[in-house]
Design a binder for this molecule. Structure first.
Ligand SMILES: [Zn+2]
Length: 120
């Protein structure tokens, strides 16, 4: 559940925007560190709230740019959202931070394939 900071409406965040007034929904970070945000993002992913997870992971990365896990999971979220180019970029950064990781490598292969398919 999300609360719009503009009109105060409570809604299920599916698009990243308030369905009532159209304002962009921003995740409140207030005092949390990147680990807290990461844990919360994992819970959101499990609950299927990938848009929220995307916001949380982006914030976590702002705080800790060199964390391969954050980049990896952001890539997964973007992939789920069909944002393949962005997912590719995120996984590539994860790959640079954590070279020769088979999981990241497999994701990169999968997303490259998707990008090629969508360009056909
Ligand atoms: Zn609103």
């Amino acid at each position: 559940m999300a609360v719009c900071q503009v009109c105060g409406d409570i809604f299920n965040n599916e698009t990243g925007y308030c369905p009532t007034c159209g304002a962009e929904y921003k995740i409140e970070v207030g005092g949390k560190d990147s680990q807290d945000l990461f844990r919360e993002a994992m819970q959101r992913i499990e609950a299927g709230q990938v848009i929220d997870a995307k916001g949380l992971l982006s914030k976590a990365i702002e705080m800790d740019k060199d964390n391969a896990s954050y980049r990896f999971y952001l890539g997964s979220v973007l992939y789920k959202l069909g944002e393949y180019e962005a997912a590719y970029n995120s996984w590539q950064k994860a790959d640079r931070l954590l070279p020769n990781n088979e999981r990241i490598y497999r994701c990169l292969v999968a997303v490259r394939q998707r990008i090629t398919e969508t360009k056909k």
